[in-house]
Design a protein around this ligand. Structure first.
Ligand code: MG
Ligand code: MG
Length: 268
């Protein structure tokens, strides 16, 4: 069942989402060749608790850490470890926060040092596909319209769209109805309504869409071992239009990017 949110509840989700945004901004400042993902994880946990919030992933479905960290061919759900990052890696960092009974949950794929041009292109296209999806989260559209728009954009660019993992409703639970696939058929699925809050999160592979799972029970990676990227935002449907509750602005402040990509989906 889809739980529509009141304006007050949307503001509480925004508060949790913004703590995730700031955590990712802090992480952006720390990511470099030589640092380990367990170091990043500890910093994130401390940062979140210092903001009077709880790590949203820690213990959820028995996940052991604060961050999901997925380098290179890993897609999502990677577990932090003590292996140093290398120059030329990419690292997808997914983070959840629980505060005032509501979750925030979003993700960004970072470049570590100097990354190959074709890998940069994967990151650019995946992030763009997220905004294509967000622009289709509007009154009059259905879940299938959003998924179709992401799939079309990614496949047009020659990439594989992961099928097994999807976006989701967000609120008092990390994963609420409806599921938000990054693929689909236009005109199908549940209708979008004002008060819906969802996490849109394309997972896009440089090669084929096929996946495999490590025997740690968590890590999802590409079957062909080519890189994969993951970007996620939390979005509310208000007055018929998508409004971002999360932001990448703290990341951009850290790495010195001037971006207007969020402007169409932000009040003020
Ligand atoms: Mg996430
Ligand atoms: Mg999510």
């Amino acid at each position: 069942m889809i739980k529509l949110k009141t304006l007050e509840q949307i503001e509480l989700i925004r508060e949790s989402a913004l703590i995730v945004s700031k955590t990712l901004g802090m992480i952006a400042d720390e990511i470099r060749p030589g640092i380990t993902t367990i170091e990043l994880d500890k910093m994130a946990e401390t940062f979140i608790r210092d903001h009077d919030a709880e790590p949203g992933f820690l213990g959820l479905y028995d996940f052991p850490n604060t961050l999901c960290v997925s380098p290179n061919e890993q897609i999502v759900h990677g577990i932090p470890n003590d292996i140093p990052l290398n120059d030329g890696d990419i690292l997808s960092v997914d983070c959840g926060v629980l505060k005032n009974g509501f979750y925030g949950d979003h993700a960004y794929t970072f470049e570590v040092g100097e990354v190959l041009p074709e890998t940069k292109r994967l990151l650019e296209v995946t992030k763009k596909s997220l905004y294509v999806g967000i622009s289709n989260f509007k009154l009059g559209n259905r879940v299938g319209d959003l998924g179709f728009s992401i799939q079309k954009y990614a496949e047009k660019n020659g990439y594989g769209v992961v099928r097994e993992l999807v976006g989701h409703g967000l609120g008092k639970k990390m994963h609420e109805d409806p599921e938000i696939p990054n693929y689909g058929k236009s005109g199908t699925g549940k209708k979008f309504k004002n008060g819906m809050v969802i996490a849109i999160e394309p997972m896009i592979n440089q090669g084929s869409k096929e996946i495999q799972k490590l025997n740690d029970g968590w890590t999802i990676l590409t079957k062909d071992n080519k890189p994969s990227a993951h970007f996620e935002h939390n979005v509310a449907l208000m007055d018929g239009k998508p409004q971002l509750l999360s932001t990448f602005k703290y990341i951009y402040e850290s790495i010195g990017i001037d971006s207007k990509e969020e402007k169409p989906f932000t009040i003020n």
